[in-house]
Design a protein around this ligand. Structure first.
Ligand code: ATP
Length: 367
């Protein structure tokens, strides 16, 4: 199947008075991919989506879909369709007429547009709900109707603004699987705005992480999760403990870094700031916690451990989340398997050592 809907943003900026909501963004999203724009509130995700949809004019830059600029083209003429957070269904129209609405605006005869709307309703598995009113269906069902309404115009690019935020946890997981399956079947581009890291990682081919109007990393979900570029991405995407310190000794094979509590840790070579500070990350699930009074295990490599006190232990069903306070300000988290946790015999308040393997140290490129 041909993949359509390649999106290119070239130097796109948007200012609202003094506020720079989007700052010289360059991005290419291959046709037929599922892309998530991920970032905290206010980082410019929605503004970027609205610029692509044609609901907002950029202050500078160009937006191209399949190589053609859409700047200056009104929203309704663009090969895009937007699905809003609130779903924005017309309360006085039944599901079929909600879905058929944009074809009515385009002047398509009633029989044909209803036929087409029914096909799309069947596609989103809502065929039996055609004559229900929006108030008579659940949030998850409303979401499918909203998606059907976006798909009926046969867009090349579907824009989804926080599409799952109104659903409870169970339906959120179910719907994100369904959205992904529908996108793959249609082989068009989906651009999904979210501030939830797990949603971005689970659904997409491409994750775009934003911070203050700029893109800070564009990668596959695996790369973004496993190899965050910076401490910002590592913290936002989660799953990592980030360490900061000052380089006190440099060798060809790496640096010794002193933390604020005086502990010294080792990291492979990486960028050092002008004041000799650098940072690195260790995945929470690559960390093990042992009682400090235990015989030092052989696997405790020098400079690959920190000492602290167990602050909290939470059972998450498949693993234990152990929070360890290092000093007044710093805390790290280890995610331990059931077996490792039971073997450790640790309890809240215990002095402990958290340790990791040298190969699990991930260098962060920026501070
Ligand atoms: P959220 O997840 O909360 O929706 P976001 O990442 O989508 O946040 P935007 O809504 O794009 O962020 O906003 C980016 C910045 O631009 C924010 O500082 C916001 O206050 C500002 N902004 C957005 N729209 C306008 C506007 N119409 N006028 C003035 N400032 C705006």
């Amino acid at each position: 199947m041909q993949q359509t809907g390649e999106l290119q943003l070239v130097g796109v900026s948007k200012r609202f008075g003094e506020v720079v909501a989007v700052d010289a963004v360059d991005l290419t999203i291959p046709g037929g991919s599922y892309c998530c724009l991920l970032g905290p509130s206010g980082c410019g995700k929605t503004t970027l989506l609205r610029i692509i949809a044609g609901h907002e004019m950029p202050s500078a830059g160009d937006v191209l879909i399949d190589g053609e600029s859409v700047i200056g083209m009104p929203a309704r003429s663009r090969p895009t369709a937007m699905m809003f957070q609130s779903y924005a269904l017309f309360p006085h129209l039944n599901c079929l007429d909600n879905v058929a609405f944009s074809l009515r605006m385009r002047g398509m005869p009633k029989i044909r547009r209803r036929e087409r709307a029914q096909q799309i309703l069947d596609f989103v598995r809502m065929g039996g709900f055609a004559h229900r009113m929006p108030a008579q269906i659940s949030g998850g069902e409303q979401q499918r109707i909203a998606l059907a309404r976006a798909l009926i115009t046969e867009p090349k690019v579907v824009l989804l603004d926080e599409p799952l935020s109104a659903l409870d946890e169970f339906f959120r997981v179910q719907m994100r699987v369904e959205l992904r399956a529908m996108q793959q079947e249609l082989a068009i581009t989906f651009i999904h705005v979210t501030h939830t890291n797990t949603e971005a990682i689970a659904t997409s081919d491409l994750v775009v992480v934003m911070d203050h109007g700029v893109i800070v990393q564009v990668d596959s979900p695996i790369q973004v999760y496993d190899k965050p570029r910076s401490s910002y991405v590592a913290r936002f995407v989660g799953g990592h403990n980030v360490f900061f310190g000052r380089v006190v000794e440099s060798k060809k094979e790496g640096d010794l870094i002193e933390l604020s509590n005086g502990e010294r840790l080792w990291a492979p070579p990486g960028p050092v700031s002008t004041d000799r500070r650098r940072s690195f990350a260790v995945r929470k699930d690559c960390m093990t916690v042992s009682r400090a009074s235990d015989e030092p295990a052989k696997q405790w490599e020098p400079f690959h451990k920190v000492e602290g006190v167990v602050h909290a232990i939470e059972y998450e069903g498949t693993r234990f989340k152990v929070s360890v306070i290092l000093n007044k300000e710093e805390m790290i988290v280890a995610l331990m398997t059931h077996r490792d946790f039971m073997a450790s015999g640790i309890d809240q308040g215990d002095p402990v050592v958290a340790w990791w393997s040298p190969e699990d140290v991930h260098v962060l490129l920026e501070d």
